[in-house]
Design a protein around this ligand. Structure first.
Ligand SMILES: CC(=O)SCCNC(=O)CCNC(=O)[C@H](O)C(C)(C)COP(=O)(O)OP(=O)(O)OC[C@H]1O[C@@H](n2cnc3c(N)ncnc32)[C@H](O)[C@@H]1OP(=O)(O)O
Ligand SMILES: O=C([O-])CC(=O)C(=O)O
Length: 371
């Protein structure tokens, strides 16, 4: 038995949800470039769960369900008020989503109908949890979700209490489409491993949030913003990035386990970053990002991934830095739950082996003689 570090190149499951073939990403066989410009996030979530794009009545029904399920239980809101004001946003989200299960009587029901209902409910409630957390820590009252609006609209509304403008809603909606699913990424794998024990969907999503939090995965979007803030202005890019590269530091938002010739999602976010920069009359973040890309791609051959330009996009939308990864979760919960449903449909316990490299033939030394 020989281990493959990080399971690189190991095909661990079959799936018919999303594919990455020759650098092209598809959801249910539809190119992400097509979906990014021609589908809303709700249409994409439906596509991931049900395997086809919704008809107009099906989409209307989903929007209605999402609105109906969006309020979160009072017990979860009360808990959010008890979290420390400086609590980590992803740790708070992980805890709150785990606690949603305590208020769902169907949490442990395992029929497909019960699980798809819970998938839609989790999708509806996750944005409400993130927005409530963001307001409560600032000493503000959470804002109840609206019905009859999209998730992008509702999230921005619940965050600020103001009707969001059309450009912001469209940008966030497109970002959600781009982040919705990505084959067997680390958080989706974590979700599938968890539910393959026949544990419940809330446990699967809680595991996934824990995995997404790390800076090598979803946490990279926040880390990109930390780097942009450290750089401060386009004139400083060359000095800061060259120093980081010379010190062999990783440049956040670059590189990918699967894409070696570039992440197809990054160009859409780059375009959005430029457009929002122009609209807000502040091109600094975009200009810095472009310069970083020139240097990192030029010197290391590494291309930006989905997390790189999303940092400047979300900042232009006036979203606080530590909500970037929770927003990733707002989108990816559609993919996680689709994978969880697929895992249940054709389940087998996921239990690989480890190559043992520790000592052998050891004996118990009496405690008094141990050093
Ligand atoms: C949504 C997402 O999860 S997208 C990924 C988000 N994560 C990031 O942006 C964090 C920065 N990037 C990385 O850490 C990596 O590129 C990963 C984790 C995404 C992929 O990792 P792996 O496939 O395991 O590549 P690994 O980390 O082994 O890197 C291979 C080589 O490229 C280098 N490298 C990879 N990414 C970077 C980077 N961002 N900056 C500098 N060097 C890098 C490594 O140092 C390593 O060099 P070495 O062979 O000289 O030691
Ligand atoms: O697939 C991966 O390894 C990471 C990624 O890009 C994603 O989850 O969107």
């Amino acid at each position: 038995m020989t281990a493959t570090k990080g399971l690189e190149g190991i095909v661990a499951t079959t799936s018919s949800i999303s594919s990455i073939i020759d650098g092209v990403l598809t959801y249910r066989g539809i190119d992400i470039d097509d979906l990014a410009v021609n589908a809303s996030f709700e249409e994409v979530a439906y596509l991931l769960w049900y395997g086809k794009l919704p008809t107009k009545p099906e989409l209307d029904e989903l929007l209605q369900q999402l609105g109906e399920y969006a309020p979160i239980p009072a017990g979860v809101l009360d808990q959010l008020k008890l979290y420390p004001k400086d609590a980590n946003s992803m740790a708070s989200l992980r805890t709150a989503i785990s606690s949603l299960a305590l208020y769902d009587e169907s949490a442990n029901e395992m029929s497909h109908e019960a699980n798809i209902h819970k998938a839609v409910k989790l999708q509806a409630q996750l944005p409400t949890v993130v927005a409530a957390f963001a307001r409560i820590r600032e000493g503000k009252e959470p804002i109840a979700p609206k019905t009859g609006v999209t998730i992008a609209y509702n999230f921005l509304y619940m965050l600020t209490g103001q009707e969001p403008d059309e450009v912001a809603v469209k940008a966030l909606d497109q970002a959600l489409v781009l982040h919705a699913d990505h084959e067997l990424n680390a958080s989706t794998f974590a979700a599938r491993v968890t539910v393959a024990t026949l544990s419940d969907i809330y446990s699967g999503v809680t595991s996934a949030i824990g995995a997404l939090k790390g800076p090598l995965h979803g946490g990279a979007n926040e880390a990109v913003m930390v780097m942009l803030e450290e750089i401060g202005t386009p004139a400083n890019v060359e000095a800061v990035i060259s120093k980081k590269l010379a010190n062999k530091e990783k440049i956040m938002g670059f590189g990918h386990r699967v894409y070696k010739n570039g992440d197809p999602r990054a160009k859409h976010l780059q375009k959005m970053s430029r457009e929002l920069g122009k609209l807000t009359d502040n091109m600094d973040l975009y200009d810095m990002s472009i310069k970083i890309e020139e240097i990192v791609t030029g010197q290391k051959g590494l291309k930006p991934n989905v997390d790189f330009y999303s940092a400047s996009v979300y900042t232009s939308l006036k979203i606080p830095r530590d909500l970037f990864t929770p927003i990733f979760a707002i989108s990816r919960v559609s993919g996680w739950t689709a994978h969880i449903l697929e895992q249940y449909e054709n389940n087998r316990l996921i239990r690989p082996r480890a190559e043992y490299v520790g000592p052998v033939d050891q004996k118990v030394t009496p405690i008094a003689q141990r050093q």
